[in-house]
Write a protein that binds this ligand. Structure first.
Ligand code: PLP
Length: 402
């Protein structure tokens, strides 16, 4: 076993050894600025070119020119949304997204509403966390310029039917742009962007075993783009700043490895996730499944522990060297219950005690068995100090005092 059991792979993943190996020469001997006019620069510019082809292949895109490297998923999302907003001539600028997006979309929508006069509308999800597509489409007005939807939810793993939604949106008005936040889908499910109606698609390397600090944005051929970061001529004038060559090489390599490992995600990772989920639900009487969507990524489960404080569970798990999360990495630390769980009307009894476990291809069966063995004791201990003793005694029955 590793020093700790890492079940927080939706927050970030460990860098694959092969990715690190591929990156190292670009820190050492091959460090030339790719824009320069001497031979060593051809080596680095070729490396970027190769990584761009790898990402295009990973995303099912034939023309690698449609891929732009960025610093992270947040930058990719911000730049896509701001581009649509800046390019639009519509004076009203109505923008639609879902109630369960990551803060990298939510915060931009709120900003545009507060400071730039946009009108934002949020589509709902049902109690299983599935997107209400009819509700989303019904919000489109003649002033709608953008629809943003995530491909997979970071907290529950629910997959949203982004290809179909994009198609329906364009049927209503082909000028509406569609942005998809693919950060939690990349490396977990196959992605095929060519011949779809998606205009922009974002990914982030550190969610699929590349290092933190590198992302990419797909921009559909013919879709206008207003660069977010201005300066030099890099990235075909779409994203200025000297290219982060080692990290670009890293995300390229990681995308190839992730593509090869998709079958492992759908077999080994999924089986271990299912084992963990079933084990917890069978052994812990106050455990309730929050990840109820019919369609979801193979590595994620979110489980609510009624009448228990999530932060306490995490502290106890930390003592057992188990890393998990309550809510997304970006909202943990705040005491507000998750907006995703609130949107799917998770009962208040579970709202503060929900834990996300997210696995990776490195997760072992031994680790999952250890969590299934230890977690019931943690929840039982916390049940005994919960202010809701009576409710918990009833749920646990004879096992309460074990
Ligand atoms: N979108 C989703 C769905 C995410 O889960 C995350 C990170 O957790 C992001 C975007 C942001 O990605 P990054 O950390 O690379 O900025």
């Amino acid at each position: 076993m590793e020093k700790f059991i890492y079940l927080d792979n939706n927050a970030t993943t460990k860098t694959d050894e092969k990715v690190l190996e591929a990156m190292l020469p670009y820190f050492k001997e091959d460090y030339a600025n790719p824009s320069s006019m001497y031979n060593p620069a051809y080596v680095t510019s070729r490396a970027i070119d190769n990584a761009r082809s790898q990402i295009a292949d990973f995303l099912g895109v034939e023309n690698k020119k449609n891929i732009v490297f960025t610093s992270c998923g947040t930058e990719s999302a911000n730049s896509a949304i701001m581009s649509v907003f800046n390019k639009s001539q519509n004076p009203t600028k109505h923008i639609i997204t879902t109630a369960v997006e990551h803060p990298c979309v939510m915060a931009v929508y709120e900003h545009l509403e507060k400071h730039h006069g946009a009108k934002a509308t949020y589509a709902r999800v049902n109690e299983n966390g599935e997107l209400d597509v009819e509700n989303l489409l019904s919000k489109i007005t003649p002033d709608t310029i953008l629809v943003s939807i995530m491909h997979a939810n970071n907290e529950t793993g629910a997959i949203y039917p982004v290809y179909d939604i994009a198609k329906e949106v364009k049927k209503i008005n082909k000028n509406i742009k569609v942005f998809v936040d693919g950060v939690q889908a990349a490396g977990k499910i196959p992605i095929e962007l060519d011949n779809t109606d998606i205009d922009f698609y974002s990914i982030s390397g550190h969610k699929f075993h590349a290092p933190k600090g590198i992302g990419a944005l797909y921009i559909k051929e013919g879709t206008l783009f207003d660069p977010y970061i201005l300066g030099g001529h890099q990235e075909n004038l779409k994203r200025a700043g000297t290219e982060n060559v080692p990290y670009i090489v890293g995300i390229g390599e990681a995308s190839m490895l992730a593509k090869e490992a998709l079958t492992i995600e759908n077999t080994k990772v999924k089986d271990l996730r299912d084992k963990l989920e079933k084990g917890i639900l069978a052994k812990i009487p106050n455990a309730k499944l929050n990840s109820k969507s019919k369609s979801r990524v193979p590595n994620t489960t979110n489980i609510g522990f009624e009448y228990i404080e999530g932060e306490l569970i995490l502290l106890y798990l930390n003592d057992l060297n188990i890393c998990a999360s309550s809510g997304s990495a970006c909202t943990s630390g705040s005491l507000d219950p998750s907006h995703v769980l609130r949107a799917q009307k998770t009962p208040f009894t579970c709202l503060h005690g929900s834990i996300r476990f997210s696995l990776s291809r490195y997760t072992t069966e031994e680790e999952i068995d250890y969590v299934i063995e230890k977690l019931p004791g943690v929840i039982n201990k916390l049940s005994k100090i919960s202010p809701f003793q009576n409710e918990l005694k009833e749920l646990w029955g004879d096992k309460f005092n074990e």
